[in-house]
Design a protein around this ligand. Sequence first.
Ligand SMILES: C[S@@+](CC[C@H](N)C(=O)[O-])C[C@H]1O[C@@H](n2cnc3c(N)ncnc32)[C@H](O)[C@@H]1O
Length: 243
Amino acid sequence: MTGTTPQGTAGEQAASQWVRGMFGRIAPRYDLLNHLLSFNLDKRWRARTVARVSEILDRPDARVLDLCCGTGDVLLALESRGCKPVLGSDFSHPMLVEARRKIDSRRFCSPLFEADALWLPLADASLDLITVAFGFRNLANYQRGLEEMLRVLKPGGTAAILEFSQPPNGAFRAVYGFFSTRVLPAIGGMISGSPEAYSYLPESIRKFPGAEQLAQEMRRAGFSHVGFERMTGGAVALHLGRK
Ligand SMILES: C[S@@+](CC[C@H](N)C(=O)[O-])C[C@H]1O[C@@H](n2cnc3c(N)ncnc32)[C@H](O)[C@@H]1O
């Protein structure tokens, strides 16, 4: 398990720069495409994630970070559920601008900061919960990403990783494969004006470790109580682990 490798990039720094530039270009159309291409299922996946960590959100003093927060949908759901400010971070400035607009329009007050998930400007053992939705797959070094989450989590703190995955059923995997390699790049490329972004998406999903392997990597990194839940036939998986 290394990290994302967009076509035409060599090395972690180039991969990271490519990913950052790509999300910057699609930021204004990101939400529309997300809902459209997932048939609105993305809302359910995020809601389920928030439900699974609700016990932590209910604690009055819980410190929560939504990592790779993008345009802020998970952040807003967490803050609605927990009624306290949730930190949000991302390395794409245009994505954070979209998130800020949505947060302000809801009169929420989540503090946002621009940072690479591999080098967070946060103190050791300072958080009770980290969520990361559809961001982990894009990291240039998965192991380093897990280590950084462990560093900033308090002992007993939880990481929740929501990510695309490989459906275990062969027939469904074939249908899903056709949709993600043919339909998704065509529609996504046309609406976003960035065809490379929506060719990268299925490629990055195909290369990303399956749910079992990701769980194993989390254990290897040092997480305990690791478990995962597949959603939508395994197209998506939510992994939880504790420091
Ligand atoms: C697919 S979007 C997901 C956004 C949001 N979490 C959601 O659920 O819609 C992935 C996000 O991860 C961010 N990202 C990718 N790699 C990152 C890194 N190394 N550090 C910080 N943010 C990163 C991108 O900028 C992008 O906003």
